[in-house]
Ligand binder design. Structure first.
Ligand SMILES: Nc1ncnc2c1ncn2[C@@H]1O[C@H](COP(=O)(O)OP(=O)(O)OP(=O)(O)O)[C@@H](O)[C@H]1O
Ligand SMILES: [Mg+2]
Length: 369
């Protein structure tokens, strides 16, 4: 967690620093002694919350917040205004209208400060998730449109080249070239199919499934994908709630996640897939944007190389890959994302470079898609 305090009083900055050191020892803390310096630092440091003094010489808190909120680089950083008790109600209203998220009065209560920072963090995370899902939605519409047209063109190329191939005897030198065209078109079709899955422009065959049975039936296949040097462990509740799913899609999802896990463990390791019923409490509902219904939780965990933090927000983007050219197209997780969305579920990732990665998926039980 990163916190920036902007205040012209060195004493106030020391007080905030002490509170944070005591109550949030893991937080990274930076300070600025003027609005101008604070704005500069906010751009570079990208804090999770800004604590802003209202009364400062030259550029006051109002002016500072106006700059912060109009700059797209800092606009989404929550701001807590620290005010003197004497600040008039109309000034509080003004600050709120300019984009402030909360107020604290001096002398600062340490518990209130920490509680407010935690709330700001929750808001920021929820907003980030929302922005990210809007972005993926927009990419999905674009990719889906292109893929749809591409698929039609590919069908024509494939149709004509297959006809030509049928008219070309195997000893004809053109036979091999035509076969290569058809192979390439098939590869292109696979790619567009992945994009269509991501953008949800796919036929929807739904069945009520017991997911633990589905996954047990799929075990042999996953074992083949991951090879001998990775051990597979399947864990599931005795009876998982039935979930309405498209079986092919769920298998595709497990396959893509397993392939990624395999690639993250070139020296071998373990892959754990668990499937359990999950009861959603209020906290989970708000942080994961789920409803208070029963869900089935699928967790796919590997102990591979992990994902660096700066990549974690990009991995579901189409064509994001860290693999060599020709090895990965960057569509595996986009498909997984599209599939989970299509089932009205959510997917999150937690990962620690060097220790491994867990993808957690929640699918609503007993609802139709
Ligand atoms: N389990 C994992 N461990 C470590 N990194 C992962 C894991 N899963 C995904 N990644 C990272 O996320 C990136 C995107 O994954 P994605 O499945 O979308 O594409 P890809 O595997 O690179 O290519 P494709 O799946 O299209 O063949 C990967 O290149 C890798 O950097
Ligand atoms: Mg992949």
């Amino acid at each position: 967690m990163k916190i920036l305090a902007i205040d012209d009083s060195a004493l106030n900055l020391v007080i905030v620093k002490r509170i944070l050191e005591e109550h949030l020892p893991d937080a990274q803390f930076e300070t600025a002694d003027s609005g101008t310096a604070g704005i500069e630092l906010a751009r570079i440091f990208q804090p999770d919350t800004i604590l802003l003094d209202l009364q400062m010489p030259v550029m006051d808190g109002f002016e500072t917040i106006r700059h912060l909120k109009k700059d797209p680089v800092t606009a989404f950083i929550p701001v807590i205004i620290i005010t003197a008790a004497s600040v008039a109600s109309k000034d509080r209203v003004k600050a709120l209208e300019m984009g402030a998220d909360a107020f604290l009065q001096k002398p600062i209560s340490s518990h209130e400060l920490v509680a407010h920072i935690k709330v700001m963090l929750r808001i920021k995370k929820a907003e980030e998730r929302l922005r990210h899902s809007h972005k993926l939605e927009a990419i999905g519409v674009l990719a889906g449109g292109v893929a749809h047209d591409f698929n039609n063109i590919m069908t024509i190329i494939k149709g004509y080249s297959t006809m030509l191939l049928m008219d070309t005897p195997p000893d004809n030198p053109n036979h091999e070239s035509l076969q290569m065209i058809i192979d390439a078109v098939n590869r292109a079709s696979d790619l567009t199919q992945s994009l269509l899955t991501f953008s949800r422009k796919q036929e929807n065959i739904v069945l009520k499934e017991d997911l633990s049975e589905l996954i047990r039936n799929f075990e042999k296949f996953i074992n083949r994908i991951i090879g001998d040097n990775i051990t597979l462990e399947l864990i599931s509740d005795k009876e998982t709630l039935p979930v309405t799913v498209n079986r092919n899609m769920i298998e595709q999802m497990l396959m893509n996640l397993s392939i990624n896990a395999r690639d993250a463990m070139p020296e071998g390791g373990s892959l754990k897939i668990s499937m359990t019923n999950a009861l959603i409490d209020n906290k989970m509902a708000s942080s994961l944007q789920l409803s208070l219904e029963p869900y089935v939780r699928i967790e796919v965990t590997d102990n591979g190389c992990g994902i660096p933090e700066e990549h974690q927000s990009k991995i579901f983007d189409p064509f994001f890959t860290t693999k060599e050219i020709g090895k990965g197209s960057g569509l595996g997780l986009s498909m997984v994302y599209g599939i989970v969305q299509q089932h009205n579920g959510t997917i999150t990732v937690t990962s620690k470079p060097g220790s491994g990665t867990t993808f957690t998926i929640y699918l609503p039980a007993n609802s139709s898609i």
